[in-house]
Design a protein around this ligand. Structure first.
Ligand SMILES: CC(C)(COP(=O)(O)OP(=O)(O)OC[C@H]1O[C@@H](n2cnc3c(N)ncnc32)[C@H](O)[C@@H]1OP(=O)(O)O)[C@@H](O)C(=O)NCCC(=O)NCCS
Length: 166
């Protein structure tokens, strides 16, 4: 079974029935502030996003939705290996949920894919994501300017990597 259990969380593959819960995350401007697209304006947009996640080939993508207290509260994993991505509903932020999920998904990904490192691409203003990744052992590998144009605003990138443990 492609599931990971932690003390409080269940990480599992996406299903079409998750549409409402994940739309609540992807349509929230606070959660989407530093995402690569603007907040989802319609449920149809999230339906397409979810369909792509469900259909993604296993050699390219290893991604999970995260259940907490019976509902889906976010996603974590590699939409495109080896880059990690995560997003959680603001209603459960700052309770260690993302950290708990990240600590569980990193060994899963290293265990199933022959990757020298897992990488990340974070907006320098995204303090929460940078803190989360630093705590998990990610280190900066570079920076670039004007990497993403989102809703008319150019964003910059900090690149980070976590090397495969010896
Ligand atoms: C980044 C995110 C996943 C963190 O989720 P979370 O469940 O609140 O994270 P945690 O409670 O596990 O905290 C992880 C670390 O980040 C820190 N942190 C959380 N929010 C923070 C904030 N707003 N500012 C600074 N640090 C913050 C915590 O203190 C903790 O660090 P510590 O272990 O050294 O104390 C969440 O803020 C989010 O979904 N953001 C929007 C999506 C996003 O930007 N994704 C990344 C795109 S690259």
């Amino acid at each position: 079974m492609d599931t990971i259990r932690t003390e409080r969380l269940l990480l599992r593959r996406a299903r079409h029935g998750d549409l409402e819960d994940i739309h609540a995350v992807l349509s929230d401007p606070r959660a989407m502030r530093y995402w690569s697209t603007p907040p989802h304006a319609t449920v149809d947009q999230t339906r397409d996003w979810l369909g792509d996640m469900i259909a993604a080939p296993a050699d390219v993508s290893d991604d999970f939705l995260v259940e907490f207290e019976g509902g889906v509260v976010g996603k974590i994993g590699c939409w495109q290996l080896p880059e990690i991505g995560f997003i959680f509903h603001p209603g459960i932020w700052r309770r260690g949920i993302a950290g708990e999920a990240l600590r569980a998904v990193l060994p899963w990904i290293f265990g199933r894919h022959a990757l020298p490192a897992i990488t990340a691409d974070v907006d320098p203003r995204n303090a929460a994501s940078l803190a989360l990744l630093a705590r998990a052992g990610f280190r900066e590998t570079g920076r670039a300017e004007r990497t993403w144009l989102v809703a008319g605003e150019w964003c910059n990138s900090i690149y980070l990597a976590l090397r495969r443990p010896d």
